[in-house]
Each structure stands twice: as structure tokens, then as C-alpha cells.
Design a protein around this ligand. Structure first.
Ligand code: ADP
Length: 471
């Protein structure tokens, strides 16, 4: 079975969040299961050209925006599979992966590049697995502009929605720029409140849709989590499935993690405390095992409930605690947290950056992860935390419900309110000081959970087979 996985970010080249992890791990495990998989991704200028070996394999031209745009195809072999990278100076010479400039055209060009690239390299896909809005216009190009191409005659498209809130809206003009016909600009197809909506396009034109947890698959059918697309999704209900993401246990495993100070397992969990001490030292905090260390790793956005974190700090810092924040995000939230971190500099360590290394150190060193998400399609940070014996304090929503067992492995709360969040934190504090044995048991239970990719990968393969008619 030939599968092409199409993604706008992939670890270790380009990463802003969980999509990059999935784009690396799922193909790796598919390959192990005997699937002939390759990946396509943009060749952003920020990708470190010295760290990896890229080989130019071909070129192509696309007529878009009234111009013949040239593209180059590079490739690099990582962990058992080839990643093909589409290059174009105008579109991918960016400081940030999702820089606002020309987004519709950039990712439209990328999708054309994938189709052209597949033909150039002679890879006839049975499954084209696309991800999120950046790749969601691809099935429209395929089924409208490439409809007579025998090369793609048997190709089926699966769209995975990693986050329904990001949809990619553009003025109608994008249709002309991408050489797509006018009739698509109706509510039945791509139009969405007088704009072209790429994600909607993907939902309508793909053969099957998945999302990244079973609970989120149900939630997005309702207006509260549907972001205006719940109606369209309901029409495809029988072609929608939630498959839980896994985590890559070669990358996220405290027994072999090269970034942490002391490797440990559930049998040597005492060593976690030593990592905590080192982390405190590293952050210039007072080194004290009895001070509770809370952490947050992630994008500073509305989705992550970051406002609740900011608001809880005034009360939290009155207690014997330290808080570490690692993340980048919306300016509004960055400014709020900068203010708090300046005010309570001895108790809050603010790291407004992206650091893979520090993330590992945090998961190993903190006592509790704070994750009060407003919505959460799947979430990887809580799964990683559990693997590192760190107890998540999280909202009962989306993938957090599917991965955290309240009182057994974590602490869940319901309402998006400061009261509910504070109460959940207090339960954590109570565990830490008064129910040490219970806390230790929770940590060990979490560490022994199976979040490996093997299981999810098999579900994807079964789905591919069903879509291809059991072949
Ligand atoms: P998202 O909604 O961003 O995809 P996930 O929980 O699914 O959230 O995945 C987040 C991934 O990105 C995890 O691997 C997490 O460790 C990583 N991550 C997020 N922010 C940072 C950061 N500032 N530095 C390092 N890693 C980060």
C-alpha cells in the first residue's frame, strides 16, 4: 500500500506543536508495519540545512496567481522513511512557519507541489493522507483540476483534523489565483461567510475524515466545539472517526531521555525528585523538595486556557510553590504572563521560547502539569507528563478525557472557571503534602500506561484498508 502523508510541519525539521510529532511518528510506525509511506512538507528557510542531508531530486512548475512559479523537490531520509520537501523562495522563505503573509497562496502552491511532485518521482499513492487546513485544498485540486489524470485514478484522500479552530479563510480571489472554478464559491462547496474556507474544502472533498481522539470526534459535531463547521461535519458523520494520537516512546521515555539529568523508570521513581532538584537549580529557584513545582508547556493561546493560568497565579504564589512556564504564543497572553513573572520573579520562571531540551527537563522535573484547556483535540503534553510520572491537572474536555483517569492518574475539573481550576490545584497540593503514597501510586500508574503509536498506527492501517475496499 502506497501512502503519502502531507503535512505543514514535521519533527525534527519544523515544529510548532503536536502535528509535527504526529507527522514524524505515524509514518515511522506505518513503515515498520510494512506500509510504503513517504512524507511531503514545505522546505521552510528556517529548517537547519547543516544538521540534515538534503538531496535535490526534481523540479516542477505551477501556473498560479497569473505566473509560472517554479518549485524544487528535495528529499531527506529519516528514521526509515523519505521526507520530500517542496521549495520555493517566495513562499517558504519565512521566519515563522505560519507567517501571515500570503498564506492561502503559499499552501495552495504547496498542495500543487505535492501532486506535481508525486508524478515527478513516480509515486502513485493509494492513500493521500492530508492534515489540517494547510493541506486541505489538495483534494479540491485533485478532484477538480486533476480529475482526468489516470495517475491519481485510484487515490483516496483522508483528512485528519488536528485542530478544527484553524480553518484558513481567504477572499474569493484565492480561487482564481489557484486556477479553481467559480462554481466552488457556494455554501455547498467552499464558501463560508463570503470567504473561501480551506478546511471546509477538505471536509467536503476528502473520502474520509479522522480527528485525533474519540471524544473530540463527538464534540466537533456540536456547535460548541464545531467552530461553524459542525453542520458540514454532521453531513459526513458516517465518514468521521477519532483515532487517539500516540507518543513516540523512543523520544519520550525517562529511561533513555538524553536531555534529563537522571534517567528513571516507574521502578526507580525516586530519581524523579533528583531531576526536580536539578531543574530548580537550572531555573535559579530555591532547591527544595518540599516546594511544589508546577509547570506549563505549550502554546500561550486561548485554546490552552492560558488566561486561567495567569489568573490563578496571584493566589498560587502565596503558597509554597514554584511555577515554570515554557511557551510562545499570542502577544496578549505573553504580555499578561510577563507582568506576573516580573511581579513574582522568585516563584515564576518564564521561558518565552521554543526549546525541545527544556521541555524534556520540565516533564521530568515538575510535580504537576497545568493544562486547563478550553478545548483539546488530543493533547500530547499530558500523555508525555504521565509517562514521566508527572500528574496532570487538566480540564475534562476532548482528548484529556480519553487519556487521563481522574484520581487514578490525574486530576480533572469541569468548568472553565477560576474556582474549579483552583480547587483542582488544591487537590494536587493535598496529595503532595498529605497523601504522599497515593500520589506515588498515581505517578506509577501513569508511567505504566500504554500510549505507544503501535496501537493507533494499526487503526490507521485498518482504516486505509477499509477505504481502499479491503484490498
Ligand atoms: P498543540 O495543540 O500545540 O498541538 P499538543 O499537546 O498536542 O499541543 O502538542 C504540543 C507539543 O509541542 C508537545 O510535544 C510539546 O512538548 C511541544 N511544545 C509546545 N510548546 C513548546 C515549547 N515552547 N518548547 C518546546 N516544546 C513545546
Amino acid at each position: 500500500m502506497n501512502v503519502v502523508f502531507v503535512t505543514s510541519e514535521i519533527y525534527p525539521f519544523s515544529k510548532t506543536g503536536g502535528l509535527a510529532d504526529v507527522s514524524y511518528s505515524l509514518p515511522k510506525f506505518l513503515k515498520k508495519e510494512g506500509v510504503n509511506v513517504i512524507v511531503f512538507t514545505p522546505f521552510y528557510s528556517i529548517i537547519d540545512k547543516n544538521k540534515f542531508q538534503f538531496e535535490k531530486v526534481n523540479e516542477f512548475k505551477v501556473f498560479i496567481n497569473n505566473n509560472w512559479e517554479k518549485g524544487e523537490i528535495f528529499r531527506c531520509f529519516i528514521d526509515g522513511f523519505y521526507v520530500y520537501l517542496i521549495n520555493n523562495q517566495k513562499f517558504f522563505n519565512t521566519n515563522e512557519i505560519y507567517e501571515d503573509y500570503n498564506k492561502g497562496l503559499r499552501f495552495g502552491f504547496f498542495c500543487y507541489g505535492v501532486l506535481k511532485g508525486l508524478k515527478k518521482i513516480g509515486f502513485k499513492p493509494d492513500i493521500i493522507h492530508i492534515n489540517d487546513w494547510q493541506t486541505a485544498i489538495l483534494p479540491v485540486l485533485l478532484k477538480v483540476n486533476y480529475k482526468d489524470e489516470t495517475f491519481f485514478k485510484n487515490s483516496k484522500v483522508i483528512l485528519t483534523i488536528h485542530n478544527l479552530a484553524y480553518q484558513g479563510y481567504f477572499p474569493k480571489n484565492i480561487l482564481y489565483q489557484l486556477g479553481l472554478p467559480d462554481y466552488l464559491f457556494t455554501p455547498q462547496y467552499l464558501e463560508f461567510y463570503n470567504q473561501v474556507n480551506f478546511l471546509k474544502a477538505g471536509i467536503i472533498f476528502s473520502d474520509f475524515i479522522t480527528t485525533v481522539s474519540p471524544t473530540y470526534a463527538k464534540e466537533i459535531l456540536e456547535p460548541i466545539a464545531g467552530w461553524g463547521l459542525d453542520g458540514v461535519l454532521r453531513t459526513k458523520k458516517d465518514k468521521l472517526k477519532g483515532i487517539l494520537n500516540g507518543i513516540d516512546e523512543n523520544l519520550w521515555n525517562p529511561e533513555i531521555d538524553k536531555y534529563i539529568w537522571y534517567n528513571y523508570s516507574s521502578k526507580t521513581i525516586e530519581l524523579k525528585a533528583k531531576n526536580k532538584g536539578k531543574l530548580q537549580e537550572f531555573l535559579n529557584f530555591t532547591q527544595d523538595e518540599d516546594v511544589i513545582l508546577f509547570g506549563f508547556v505549550g502554546r500561550l493561546t486561548y485554546q490552552k486556557g492560558f488566561e486561567l493560568i495567569v489568573n490563578v497565579l496571584d493566589e498560587l504564589v502565596k503558597l509554597n510553590v514554584q511555577v515554570i512556564i515554557l511557551g510562545k504564543g499570542e502577544k496578549y497572553y505573553e504580555n499578561l504572563i510577563i507582568e506576573k513573572a516580573e511581579k513574582y520573579s522568585d516563584k515564576i520562571s518564564l521561558n518565552l521560547k521554543f526549546s525541545e531540551e527544556l521541555a524534556h527537563k520540565i516533564y521530568a522535573g515538575i510535580d504537576f502539569l497545568l493544562m486547563p484547556s478550553v478545548y483539546e483535540p488530543c493533547g500530547l503534553t499530558q500523555m508525555i507528563s504521565l509517562k514521566y510520572g508527572t500528574v496532570p491537572i487538566a480540564r475534562r474536555v476532548g482528548g484529556l478525557i480519553d487519556t487521563i483517569n481522574h484520581k487514578e492518574t490525574g486530576i480533572l475539573f469541569d468548568e472553565l472557571s477560576l474556582d474549579d481550576f483552583s480547587n483542582a490545584i488544591l487537590k494536587g497540593i493535598e496529595l503532595f503534602y498529605l497523601k504522599k503514597e497515593k500520589l506515588r501510586k498515581m505517578r506509577i500508574t501513569g508511567m505504566n500506561l500504554d500510549f505507544s503509536w503501535e496501537k493507533s498506527c494499526k487503526e490507521y492501517i485498518e482504516l486505509y484498508r477499509n477505504i481502499l475496499g479491503g484490498s
